[in-house]
Design a protein around this ligand. Structure first.
Ligand code: MG
Length: 219
């Protein structure tokens, strides 16, 4: 194997924790006078509407403005704050930084994320490991989305490796694992509470600490 390519949300980035930290800041700051002692309800409703990042925040905020009587705020204002400030709350999954440093000594590294650009680039850069990645691809900027095999081929091309010499690491069984597998890459599922298993993955990894040794054993 010559290259390891990663998903961002819930793989390198602990999106759950990052999002909860952002929501707390927004609740206690600009929305403080409106949310008052309903922070827990606001947070759980936000997370529910967000559906693990699959719903863009314009529709999330439109519902929250309505349900929590935030009439002094517009969707555009709250969305602009989310887009500009989320990166300040980006935190990696535990063990990510050490694992990436270890892997970078032996493999070319890439990133393929479904999401908005430059929003996802900023969130990734906040982790402080972007210099170790030779290819960074965000779906919106290339007009392709996982699980389309072409986005995985583009990642391999940018790293100058054949798909069969690359491993893709992600948390989503369809978008990440099925997509990368259909493009000819080896696959590792990063376990999350939403997706603890995936039968078609070449390996399953429950913590980033284990990742370097799992990668080494994939042939
Ligand atoms: Mg993900």
């Amino acid at each position: 194997m010559e290259a390891v390519i990663f998903d961002l949300d819930q793989t390198l980035l602990d999106r759950d924790r990052s999002l909860r930290n952002f929501i707390r800041w927004q609740c206690q700051g600009m929305l403080g006078p409106y949310i008052d002692h309903h922070e827990a309800a606001f947070t759980s409703r936000f997370l529910e509407l967000d559906a693990n990042g699959s719903v863009w925040k314009d529709s999330v905020y439109a519902t929250l403005i309505d349900e929590f009587s935030l009439a002094d705020w517009s969707v555009q204002e709250l969305l602009a704050v989310y887009e500009a400030c989320f990166c300040a709350f980006s935190v990696p999954r535990e063990g990510t930084i050490a694992a990436i440093h270890l892997l970078s000594a032996q493999y070319k590294l890439g990133l393929i994320s479904n999401g908005r650009s430059p929003f996802q680039q900023r969130n990734f850069r906040a982790l402080g490991i972007h210099d170790l990645f030779a290819s960074i691809i965000v779906s919106q900027s290339v007009g392709l989305r996982k699980p389309d095999p072409r986005i995985f081929h583009l990642g391999c091309q940018e790293l100058d490796v054949l798909p069969e010499a690359a491993i893709y690491v992600g948390d989503h069984p369809i978008l990440d694992i099925k997509g990368a597998k259909s493009a000819g890459l080896k696959t590792i599922l990063m376990v999350t509470p939403s997706h603890p298993q995936c039968e078609v993955a070449d390996a399953i990894c429950s913590t980033m600490v284990e990742l370097p040794s799992i990668v080494e054993n994939i042939i």
